[in-house]
Design a protein around this ligand. Sequence first.
Ligand code: AMP
Ligand code: MN
Ligand code: MN
Ligand code: MN
Length: 277
Amino acid sequence: MIVDLHMHSTASDGALSPADLMAYVAARGVERVALTDHDTVQGLPEARRAAEAHGMAFVDGLEMSVAWQGRTLHIVGLGVDPTHTQLGAAIAELGVERTRRATEIGQRLARAGLAEATERAEQLADGGQITRAHFARLLVEAGLARNMGDAFKRYLRMGRPGHVRANWLAMQDAIDAIHAAGGQAVLAHPFGYGFTHAWRRRAIHAFAAGRGDALEIVTGVTDTQQERQAAQDARATGLLGSAGSDFHAPSQFWLVPGRLRALPTAVSPVAWFRTEP
Ligand code: AMP
Ligand code: MN
Ligand code: MN
Ligand code: MN
């Protein structure tokens, strides 16, 4: 079964609407899919309707932003009840923080030459969660950066003129909100934080100690060595394994939803990888 449990729509920083994303993913043979937008469940009803119309099994998800030891981690929640009040409260807090941060990023970028940055980012987000990716797109459009990566490197990363520290949720609060909503918590892309080996292992251990459920082992950008390493980390900490492309846009031509290596056999997969969920 072709499964992909991590991707983004226009409800956060993805390029496709939830319905268009599901059509795109179904056309690539995916059979079970989760939508996991940053700090929002807004796109889930539309995505579920579209996924099911295309004959796919749909998993309600999100990707929560977490502050841990002065760093940011991403925790994917899978199989959540999107209407659950504790999860809703956590999302509302994250939304307020995203809006506050976006205003400050916009002011800083305006001083760095991007006129009306906050207003334009808000327009681009169009009611979805505002992320740094929206500012990156504006910087590229304005000719201030060559591409998204360049925009992050020159303007949005720590130490750059548009960087603003965010006060995301505590890791435990995110895990607890996901559990309260009936879901499983997955520590996303352990190789995606620029951590040393030691810090990566510390984060995984802290997540497991906080009763996190699974580690994301295969993504659209991991190599086999990273996947083997992550599978070992999951085994050592009693975590299950998950996999998802982290697809954002068709322009990421190197990244195709559902085209993921199988989970290493050393790790037990989360339930959605079995034929009967
Ligand atoms: P935020 O959660 O608002 O800090 O935004 C983070 C998002 O920006 C990530 O989920 C990615 O989609 C995107 N992003 C981060 N770094 C890069 C990069 N170097 N190039 C392109 N997109 C990036
Ligand atoms: Mn993103
Ligand atoms: Mn992420
Ligand atoms: Mn993601």
